[in-house]
Structures are given as structure tokens and as C-alpha cells.
Write a protein that binds this ligand. Sequence first.
Ligand code: GDP
Ligand code: IMO
Ligand code: MG
Length: 432
Amino acid sequence: MDKLVILGAQWGDEGKGKIVDLLSEHYDITVRYQGGSNAGHTVVVNGEKFILHLLPTGILHEHVIGVIAQGMVVDLEVLKEEIEELERKGLPVKERLVISDRVHLVMPYHKVLDALFEKKRGIGTTLRGIGPAYMFKYGRKGIRISDLYDEKRFYSLLEENIDFVKNICEKVFCEKFELDVKEIYEKQLSIFNEIKENVKDVFRFLTRTEKSVLFEGAQGTLLDIDMGTYPYVTSSNSSALGLSNGTGLSPKYFSDAYLVGVAKAYLTRVGEGPFPTELKGELGERLRELGGEYGSTTGRPRRCGWLDLVALRYAVEVNGLDALIITKLDVLDSFEEIKVCVAYELDGKVIDYFPASYTDISRVKPVYKTLKGWKKNTKGIRNISELPEGAREYIRLIEEFTGVPVIMLSTGPKREEFVWLREILKTKRSYS
Ligand code: GDP
Ligand code: IMO
Ligand code: MG
């Protein structure tokens, strides 16, 4: 399996980081291809916690080349900090990092705009400047990293953009604008000069390599700009739709890739937007506390609810998934009863699909199937024989409903806490 794609099948934070870390042991290259520092991918290795925002998670394995592909929007200040933090911890990064010369930069003025837009309509963004950076990209006002080779051009692009944002700030929002062109210019250039050697034509690199590649999605399918709960989404294609435009590789390249969606055994979302199975009372709080459901990037409490199989089947279809990996099953260990959404009710009619319209998806009422909880420990189990019958039944229901196999369970945050249900790769390391 030389091409593996791991992506989120829900509203993000499914535990992708943990899974990518685990599986990238078998890969030579790992590629992030969309989003930016809005992502927060948590990995726990030997008791140490790492949260990756811009760097591909696979970089934690010393043999892996990490690639930041063209579909990402990169905040150079965050990138510098992230590289330095890992290097302080003794992990060499610089010599293993490749950054696409086509990536767009997230500038300080994008973060100013993100905060201003949030005041008006409240998507509940991460305030990392992601939406405005993609707006500039598609509005053809963006600055790509390769523009920084030509300092004069970079300065004039910056001047033009800053003037534009200053006007929006002062004239539309009647707010003060205090960013300085020279300061931004110098800061960005100084970081660029430190990482210049890492900037390459990633398209060419990936097209010509014979090595094995793992593609790491950020966010999740339901946050996809086109297929998600628009406008309560992120600004990139965070489903499999982002693979081609995010790398420059033809859809043909991915025809022999194996696509795996990661999903929690329940459901969370952070920020605003429709969430049919959300639990607002005590049960929701219980899931939040047991699951430690607080944002890895912003620390915000995540909204929690029951697993939505209608939404999960939609994610399987949108992405063309070959398989699922289920995480955080252990969080459900103590529940007497577990519910799963198997259909929606809309205007008195039962529907079995995920509606595109915002008005409809905000109004649907979940139709639940109730299962008896297994009330046995699954946390940290490493052997399939330790899986209680009730948990097996839960997994079978997911497989039957979505039509794809669940190949692995994650049974805790640590790298070694997982069980293969159908092994697709042999694990090289013997975990102790
Ligand atoms: P990502 O954005 O998809 O990588 O997910 P996050 O890192 O934002 O959030 C997932 C959280 O769940 C992190 O704190 C992980 O350490 C944790 N986690 C991952 N897998 C499991 C699991 O199987 N069980 C438990 N209890 N926690 C897990
Ligand atoms: P990972 O990769 C969960 C959400 C934000 C907000 C919406 C738009 O860790 O799974 P943005 O800053 O992207 O403009 O915010 O998307 N969001 C995420 N939610 N996990 C993420 O990433 C997210 N990245 C963005 O909370 O609702
Ligand atoms: Mg996350």
C-alpha cells in the first residue's frame, strides 16, 4: 500500500494525528495538503504530548520526509516556532521538511480580518487567519512563498494588500488598523531566509518519487468548504476532494490509493453550526469530560453528541473511503445506554441522507437506535480478544450501516494504544 490517505470523517478532531503518527512508521513521506494552523493534531509518544499545527504529523518519525503541499496556507511565524520546538526536543526537522513553492502565506492582516469577520457573523473560527488567506488566494490577491524570492515584488504586494485591509478595517468596520508594512516585510523575509532551502516544487517531487506516501488530511469531511455544513465550515476542501488541488497531482494518481476515514465513536464539533445529535445537557458534559473534549488549537470546549451514522455514511460516500478507523471507543465504556443516529426526521418525513441545505440540516431531528452499553474497560486494550461483545456489536453496526470495514480501533491517546481488526499493514515496532 504505497499511497495511503488518512482523513477526518466528521467535524475534525477525530484523532487523526494519533493514527497518522502510528501508521507513518511504514511510510517514507507524509504530506499535509490543505488547511493551516487551524489544525491541532495530538500525539502522545513515551508520555510526551506533541500538538502539531502545520507540520505533517509523520515528521515525528526520524526517517520520514514531511511535506507541506500547495493547498495549505502557511503562517511562517507559527511554522518557525513549531520547527524550533521540535528541534529543542531533540528531533531534527529542517533537513526533512519540504515546503511547496506554491503555498500561500497567512499574513498578520489575515488574522485581523478573521477577527473582524467573526465579530459580524460568528462562525467560531480558530482565528488563525485561514478564511481570509483563502479569500485572498481565490481573489488573486494572495502572496505565495515563492514571491519572497523577489523582494521588490513582495514589498509592493504587501503594500497593496495592507492598504486594502486598512481600508476595510477603517471604512467598513470603523476599527483602528495598526499593522506596519515594513515590520511585516522584515519579519516574513527573515523567516523565509531561514527556511529557503526547504522550499521546492512539491508537485515535481511527488510526481517523480518512488517512495511510499501518506497523505494527512486536516479538519474533517463535514467541515469541507463544498461538502460540509456551509457556511459553518473551514475554507479548504478538507474531504478527499482536496487531494488533487492540494498537491497538484492528477486524480489518476490517487486511483490506487487506499483511503481511510477516522471517526470518533461519538461526535464532536467546535465552533458554531448545525449538529443534529448534539447533547446539550448532562450527557454532553459527561462525554466532554470523559473524552477530554477541549480544542487542541484554541482550548475551547467541544460540543459533544451521539454518533451520527447518516453523517458518517455521507462521509464514506463523499470521500470514497475504503475503510474506517474508530477512535475513543473507550470514552463510551461507562455508559448504560448508547444511542446512534440512523436516520433524520425532516418536516414529519424520515430521510436517510445528509441534506445540503443549511436550513434543512439545521432542522433535522435524529432518529436513534439505542444499544445497551458494554460497561467494560476497552481503554488501552491491545488485543482483539479483549473487546467486549457489546463493543463488537457497536462496530458491526457501524460497518453494516456505512458499508465499509472498520480496520482499527484506537483505544487511548498513546501511540501504542490500538487494535487492528483487519490488519492492512504489519507493525514493525514491538511496543512495550
Ligand atoms: P485530530 O485533530 O483529529 O488529530 O484530533 P485532536 O488531537 O485534536 O483530538 C483528539 C484527542 O483525543 C487528542 O487529545 C488525542 O490525544 C485523544 N485521543 C486520540 N485517540 C484516542 C482514543 O482512542 N481514546 C482516547 N481516550 N483519547 C484519544
Ligand atoms: P483538526 O485538523 C476541529 C473549525 C473551527 C470553526 C470552523 C472554521 O484539528 O481536526 P477556521 O479557523 O478553519 O476558519 O474555522 O472550522 N475547525 C476545526 N474544528 N478541528 C479542526 O482541525 C478544525 N479546524 C477548523 O472551529 O468551526
Ligand atoms: Mg484537532
